[in-house]
Design a protein around this ligand. Structure first.
Ligand code: 5AD
Ligand code: SF4
Length: 427
């Protein structure tokens, strides 16, 4: 499966290497002492994860060459600025964003309140254009393994909260490593998210063992295991994990307290800051549509993620779950999520923005629309079928009954139709 393109090393200086993808240069972190100019590597999340043999790389690149430039053209065409009618003030705000000027809260709120079709189109297209100018047609494709649906917490919105009646599962270390091996060696993933509820059955030792073994497969490891001690995360970094996905869920402390009993907002934010300092790549974000959140809260959510120096934004709609205290809440619209993706792109042009699977539950074309509204990252679920059904954070996941191969094919087809290539985005 060709959804990672090898880069050729054209320069190595200290811990930074410059890679060439058909003439496009990306700077990445290099932790290999053996890598030198002329080598071929795979990079993910701005980091070299694997070195590959020249023969293999040249063959893969040959397959990609023509398509790479064709894809670029499609992306450039789809991301061209458009002209539609909108109010003077919206045009001014978008023009300001185009010029890379910082937008103030009132301007961001005005964008969030947009309802009319031409203005929305213009907002999405402006964000897509900025994404294209900033990142080219690169798109991150990560695999995700959901290895346990046990959670000690009881967040009111969540489908795997402790008190919800649900068949629970845990994959043991060897099972996780086997699934990861298949994802890397057979399916071609270069980055894997290891996700679970906050399940302390996996203690520090077990998590380190998993990370050490998965790291040997030469893949970028994202941990998404909730809050652990700083010491545990330091050890996990030493074991080879390089990224953490930890959402703060909401920037509104009062709502956080109400919806996440016995957990602490300040601790979570403190931990994210600590992880960033430790050297982890940070993916963070929030839920959209939590009851009680105002438009100001939404903008504060975006700005909080930015202030935490998020490398990747991960946010999605809250989907009400039967059998939870919030089952009766009205779901949000796809349009709102797309607006938030676009506004985030205007606020932070350098970041990666994920299209999450929760967004996909809102509409058949939601993933495509997200990618066309400023997003440039996505995940494919590689959890074994039997477990995937039980990892029910929320209902209606469109990939639930599909085999991973089918999901990969659909995703790659979608990316190609939009002119996106799975090259690394660099630092
Ligand atoms: N709808 C959407 N996302 C949810 N999550 C938990 N419950 C829901 C829900 N009902 C998200 C949280 C958490 C991530 C693992 O899943 O944001 O960070
Ligand atoms: Fe557990 Fe996370 Fe769900 Fe809260 S949101 S119950 S911490 S899995």
């Amino acid at each position: 499966m060709c959804y990672a393109i090898p880069g050729r090393v054209i320069e190595v200086k200290d811990r930074i290497a410059v890679l060439d993808y058909f003439g496009e240069k990306k700077s990445v972190l290099n932790e290999f002492t053996t890598i030198k100019k002329g080598d071929y590597v795979y990079a993910q999340g701005g980091m070299i994860v694997d070195k590959i043999r020249e023969k293999e790389a040249v063959e893969t690149l040959k397959l990609w060459k023509k398509q790479f430039f064709e894809l670029k053209k499609i992306d450039e065409r789809l991301a061209q600025p458009i002209e539609t009618s909108s109010s003077e003030s919206v045009l001014e705000i978008l023009q300001k964003a185009n010029l890379n000027k910082e937008l103030d809260k009132n301007e961001l709120l005005e964008l969030l309140r947009l309802r009319d079709e031409p203005s929305l189109k213009l907002l999405f297209q402006t964000a897509n254009n900025i994404r294209q100018k900033q990142h080219g047609n690169a798109c991150c494709v990560h695999g995700i393994i959901e290895f346990s649906n046990y959670c000690k917490n009881n967040c009111l919105y969540c489908g795997i909260r402790k008190d919800r009646l649900l068949k629970r599962y845990r994959m043991d270390v060897s099972e996780i490593v086997n699934v990861a091996r298949r994802a890397v060696k057979k399916l071609g993933f270069k980055a894997l998210v290891l996700q679970s509820g906050e399940d302390y059955w996996y203690d520090e030792e077990k998590l380190c063992e998993i990370v050490e073994k998965v790291r040997k497969l030469n893949v970028l490891i994202f941990l998404s295991v909730g809050v652990r001690s700083k010491k545990t995360f330091e050890r996990l970094f030493d074991a080879g994990a390089r990224a953490v996905l930890l959402r703060f869920e909401t920037s509104n402390k009062k709502i956080f307290r109400e919806l996440r009993p016995k957990t602490s907002f300040d601790e979570r934010i403190g931990l994210i800051k600590f992880l960033k300092k430790t050297g982890y790549i940070i993916a963070t974000g929030f839920l959209i549509g939590l009851p009680g959140e105002s438009n100001e809260d939404v903008i504060n959510n975006i700005l909080l993620a930015k202030s935490l120096n998020a490398d990747m934004y991960s946010f999605g709609p809250f989907i009400p779950v039967e059998g939870t205290p919030l089952e009766g809440v009205k779901p949000v619209s796809e349009e709102l999520v797309l607006k938030i993706i676009s506004i985030t792109r205007l606020v932070d042009r350098n970041s990666k923005i994920l299209v999450t699977s929760a967004l996909e539950t809102l509409g058949k074309n939601a993933r495509k629309n997200g990618l066309l509204a400023g997003a440039n990252s996505l995940m494919i679920n590689v959890t074994p079928q039997g477990y995937k059904k039980l990892y029910e954070l929320y209902p209606g996941r469109p990939d639930k009954d599909k085999k991973v191969e089918e999901n990969i094919k659909e995703t790659v087809d979608l990316l190609y139709s939009l002119g996106r290539a799975p090259t690394d985005l660099g630092l």
